[in-house]
Design a protein around this ligand. Structure first.
Ligand code: PMT
Length: 402
């Protein structure tokens, strides 16, 4: 997939520059045309000559070192590139790009290019977890930059943790897969529910659950990256959707979510219900704050409508995916939900497992389709899980059409 592509490899200054040499070499061996742009700091780790020999092209460092009077080098290369890869990407280059700062050859070319851009960060574990870096990465993701997350392990600074530049082979694999997938959801309308619902008792109290919306939001962002027109119906949560192309509709209660989902359902091609909807709500909503009384309190609860069940009954051509939050016999209960609610697939999470389920950034899931084919996705970030789930959904949609 990279054969014949024009690749701008941006190298910023960190110890992982040595891995970028292997990346330049492997890309060239695969038939890509590679032009390397280095920051001044990167040249302190490895000389430009090394990259020149590996890429068989001149290396660019200084914006004002213009060799050809016919061209302005940083714009020429920005226009030439089909793909831009920044590896290693330091906190500094990520910060510059997120804030529109163009003060050297690489940052200027990166702002000027319209190429598909991939960022492979590498830095100290605490830098990677700093809110400024996290916010900058979220901003870039929202603008359509693709991140290749660093691996965890021993770091050159002596710490052990996340921050190690992903291996060159994996970087190429991720890019090839992404380029191959392209935008398979172009022209599709995707509807996703995410987050908890809130069932009101009185003006100051409610029943809810620990869902943050992260799983549903990561699915929505990935769908938008894959070219879909995405609407997400979100229960109350402070978590943000990091993609400005996703249309977000906020609701509070299960009843509001029911209405919003049913309104959007007829036009949707793919519907995913990742929300944790309350099964019960107080039978009576008190207008004023309930007063304390002596003794225990019993609240009468009534069932909410099962949104997914009702969508399954009305389903025409939609590909309908449910989630199941289980704590035991997870696959068996998940399979039963798939059948009962007339789903095309179900994503089962064992919410009792460490690192899985509500609120955190990671999950562990099993994807099960209606042919009883199952795919286990071990512990991974919700972002990575969303990407894998879309691969399975796209595969199964094709299979159902054939
Ligand atoms: O939001 P996060 O913090 O990232 O957490 C993610 C998650 C754990 C909430 C998510 O991965 C998940 O499992 N969501 C479904 C939770 C749930 O309500 O599961 P359930 O087994 O109770 O419901 C099964 C399915 O029926 C779900 O698709 C649910 O949206 C749907 N349902 C349930 C009740 C109801 N009244 N209406 C529904 O549509």
């Amino acid at each position: 997939m990279v054969r014949g592509k024009n690749i701008l490899l941006g190298v910023s200054g960190g110890i992982a520059v040595y891995k970028a040499c292997a990346l330049a070499s492997k890309l060239t061996q695969k038939g890509a045309n590679v032009k390397v742009m280095m920051t001044e700091n990167a040249t302190k780790f490895v000389s430009a000559l090394t990259f020149q020999a590996l890429s068989r092209n001149p290396v660019y460092v200084d914006t004002f070192d213009e060799k050809d009077p016919e061209k302005i080098a940083h714009i020429d290369i920005a226009d030439w590139a089909d793909i831009a890869i920044i590896a290693p990407a330091t906190a500094n280059i990520i910060g510059k790009l997120a804030n529109g700062i163009a003060d050297d050859m690489l940052s200027t070319a990166l702002l000027a290019t319209r190429a598909d851009s991939y960022i492979a960060p590498a830095m100290n574990v605490h830098m990677y977890a700093h809110p400024a870096v996290i916010e900058n990465m979220k901003q870039l993701e929202a603008w359509g930059y693709h991140f290749i997350e660093p691996g965890a392990g021993y770091l050159a600074c002596g710490y052990v943790g996340k921050g190690r530049l992903e291996e060159p082979e994996t970087i190429i694999e991720v890019i090839e897969q992404h380029q191959q997938i392209g935008q398979p959801l172009q022209g599709k309308k995707v509807l996703i529910s995410a987050g908890p619902t809130r069932e009101i008792i009185d003006p100051v109290r409610f029943f809810s659950n620990r869902s943050s919306g992260k799983m549903g939001f990561r699915l929505a962002e990935t769908a938008a990256e894959l070219g879909a027109e995405v609407t997400v119906i979100a229960g109350p949560t402070d978590v943000k959707v990091n993609n400005s192309n996703v249309n977000r509709i906020d609701v509070i209660s299960a009843e509001e979510m029911y209405k919003a989902m049913h309104e959007a359902f007829p036009a949707a091609d793919i519907v995913i219900k990742a929300a944790a909807v309350a099964d019960y709500r107080p039978k009576q909503v008190h207008k004023g704050k309930m007063k304390k009384q002596a003794g225990d309190l019993t609240l009468e609860m009534e069932r909410t409508k099962d949104i997914l069940l009702s969508l399954g009954e009305q389903k025409e051509n939609q590909f309908l995916v449910g989630f199941a939050a289980e704590t035991d016999n997870v696959i068996e209960y998940g399979r039963k939900k798939l059948e009962k609610k007339n789903l095309d697939a179900i994503v089962i999470n064992n919410v009792a497992a460490e690192g899985a389920g509500f609120a955190g950034d990671t999950n562990i899931v099993t994807y099960l389709n209606r042919s009883d084919q199952s795919e286990e996705i071990p512990l991974a970030t919700k972002n990575e899980i969303a990407k894998k789930l879309w691969q399975f959904i796209i595969r199964d949609m094709k299979d159902e059409r054939n």
